[in-house]
Design a protein around this ligand. Structure first.
Ligand SMILES: N[C@@H](CCC(=O)N[C@@H](CS)C(=O)NCC(=O)O)C(=O)O
Length: 242
């Protein structure tokens, strides 16, 4: 009788897998994924591509985009996952703690996560894809309409949950990590001359509590003070300006 073979799910859930994340050398849309990898505490490697390297790699990726997560298992089999949300929920599932305590909590967490994901992807895609001459008008509209709407509604829901730094209950979730990973960029985006400040301790204490709460996590604090994190921040400022 042959020994039972491990299913793909068993292989994927093994704790000693190595997570390989491929993206560009800035935070961009990968902040939440990188933070979740850091919090997981399992071995992972950040692989960064220059734009030259990307041009030759693009055609080999599932949808022509990064980030890509490759799971390297101890038996030598690798699995590749593309698409930001899919990667974030894959990692959140692995932690066993970032998707709430029941189906309703998970559904709410997915709702808040989706709203923030839509905000940041809309911003990044439009900034990158619109002609340089159109960007000032786009950014002005984003600051006047999209961002204030997101700030208002998220501050309201976070306040209704007690402004405890969490969207749902009193437990860290992937929605909290997603928001913490974009707040800094939104603050940078609205801190220029002539900008209206939208996010601050005074104006949005509940939103700031999400950021402050995560920053108390020792693994996250160590990641934020690392040289690689600072380089990704410099990359973001250089490429996007926020
Ligand atoms: N739908 C994709 C979008 C990801 C995306 O926009 N990636 C950008 C970097 S932020 C990219 O790959 N840009 C290079 C290109 O499209 O050639 C996802 O959710 O992962």
């Amino acid at each position: 009788m042959s020994a039972p073979t491990a299913s793909n799910s068993d292989l994927l859930l093994a704790k000693d897998n190595i997570h390989h994340l491929t993206y560009f050398p800035f935070h961009g849309l990968a902040g939440c994924i990188r933070t979740t990898l850091v919090l997981l505490g399992e071995p992972f490697e950040n692989h960064t591509l220059s734009f030259g390297e990307w041009m030759v790699t693009k055609a080999t990726t599932p949808f022509g985009h990064v980030p890509i997560l490759r799971e390297e298992t101890k038996c030598g089999k690798s699995f590749e996952i593309a698409e930001i949300s899919a990667i974030e929920f894959f990692l959140a599932n692995r932690t066993g703690t970032l998707l709430g305590k029941d189906f309703w909590e998970e559904s709410q967490i997915r709702m808040f996560h989706s709203s923030t994901h839509a905000l940041i992807t809309f911003l990044i895609h439009t900034v990158v894809q619109s002609p340089t001459s159109d960007r000032p008008a786009f950014l002005a509209r984003f600051k006047k309409t999209n961002l204030p709407q997101w700030v208002r509604s998220h501050e309201k829901y976070l306040g209704a949950n007690g402004a405890n730094g969490h969207y749902v209950g009193d437990q860290l979730s992937i929605a909290d990590i997603k928001t913490a990973s974009v707040i800094e960029h939104m603050i940078n985006l609205t801190s220029g001359e002539g900008d209206t400040c939208l996010i601050s301790e005074e104006l949005t204490p509940a939103l700031m509590a999400v950021k402050n709460n995560l920053e108390k996590n020792p693994k996250y604090a160590e990641w934020r003070s690392s040289q690689q994190y600072q380089e990704f921040t410099a990359g973001n400022m250089g490429f996007f300006g926020f």
